[in-house]
Design a protein around this ligand. Structure first.
Ligand code: FAD
Length: 317
């Protein structure tokens, strides 16, 4: 059976959920192998959990340099393993970083690049949700090893037994003149909450929230639900919430089990980043707001009445 490479998304060997989703998706195409890029010892930490989601091999691309550079070591590692293993496909999370890694890798390999897939079929055909989810298209790489970026949350992760055999991959030394280097890492606001693209519940606020101070109402509901906080672009542009929490076409794409939209009208650019959420709940005082077209549950009302009541009810359980 052909190998399918999966780039492991992790923090110091702590594997992120999206990796398990990709290992699950990879099984439709062949035998999944995980590629871990990190400091020495990282693959060893991640090996067991990767094997429990079906990774037959765990390629360890480790060096002291690997965490100091942005995308270069990941592209180098995937290209090296792809050369050696001739895989059926390479799967990369469609995160901000993963999008760049997959694009560079496809260019390096001279391969077809399929972006932001929400489903992967056995014949290598992927499904993509386009124009803010208005259309679903099917696409297949016509050339080379298909490089596919897969939307976080789009595939349900399922456990499967894999051998998890560790194999080391040598990374070329990074060229400091060519590669962007990480000079510092700052903690972000909301550091205790789940990461936006990883969270199974997201509570987002829009311009309807009215101010940065009042965003507390969004955060309180998010904390009661153990959710991540998101924001519309209008809320970000108005200075209510930091830009890294923006959901939508020019922000992050999320696909949680539950998405709660508070005071968000549902513009197509916002929908592009959340339309594939499994259940959508909208609170908006305008019954004509377009968000209600895609909401599974809608409350026509003032968010400052509805959200605190919801928070209180959730907190009781
Ligand atoms: P509004 O459209 O102003 O809606 C506010 C809503 O709050 C209204 O529906 C109102 O009825 C409701 N409301 C007000 N007060 C209350 C209350 N007390 N209780 C309940 N409801 C209330 N947008 C994104 O979100 N993400 C993107 O990534 C993005 N990218 C874009 C890219 C481009 C190229 C362009 C042109 C636009 C992009 N936009 C994006 C902007 C998008 O078009 C909308 O302008 C934006 O999503 C609107 O945000 P909003 O729904 O918060 O604000």
């Amino acid at each position: 059976m052909a190998e399918v490479l999966v780039l492991v998304d992790h923090v110091d060997g702590e594997v992120k959920k999206v990796t398990y989703e990709l290992l699950t998706a990879a099984r439709a195409l062949g035998e999944p192998s995980a590629v871990v890029v990190g400091a020495p010892g990282t693959a060893g930490k991640a090996r067991e959990s990767l094997a429990s989601y079906g990774a037959a091999k765990v390629y360890a691309a480790e060096s002291e340099d690997a965490t100091g550079y942005l995308v270069t070591p990941k592209v180098d590692a995937l290209a090296a393993v792809a050369d050696q293993a001739s895989p059926a496909a390479v799967l990369v999370p469609a995160t901000s970083e993963g999008k760049e890694v997959s694009g560079r890798l496809a260019a390096r390999l001279g391969s077809g690049w399929l972006v932001d897939a929400v489903g992967v079929g056995a014949d290598g055909t992927v499904e993509q949700s386009v124009f803010g989810g208005a259309f679903s298209v099917k696409a297949k790489a016509a050339k080379g090893v298909a490089v596919i970026s897969v939307r976080p949350g789009a595939v349900e992760a399922e456990q499967a037994e894999g051998a998890g055999a560790e194999e080391s991959v040598s990374l070329p030394a990074a060229d400091p003149a060519k590669a962007a280097r990480i000079t510092g890492v700052e903690p972000v606001v909301g550091g205790d909450r789940p990461e936006l693209t990883e969270a199974s519940i997201v509570v987002s606020g829009g311009r309807g929230v009215g101010s940065a101070e009042k965003f507390e109402v969004v955060e309180k509901l998010a904390d009661a639900l153990g959710a991540a906080v998101g924001a519309s672009r209008a809320a970000v542009d108005s200075g209510y919430y930091p830009a890294q929490f923006q959901v939508g076409q020019t922000g992050k794409t999320v696909s949680p089990q539950l998405y709660v939209a508070l005071g968000i009208s549902g513009a197509i650019q916002h929908r592009a980043g959340m339309q594939t959420s499994k259940t959508i709940v909208a609170v908006n005082k305008d019954p004509e707001a377009p968000i209600f077209e895609i909401a599974d549950f809608g409350v026509v009302g003032d968010l400052f009445n509805v959200a605190p009541q919801l928070t209180e009810e959730v907190a009781k359980r």
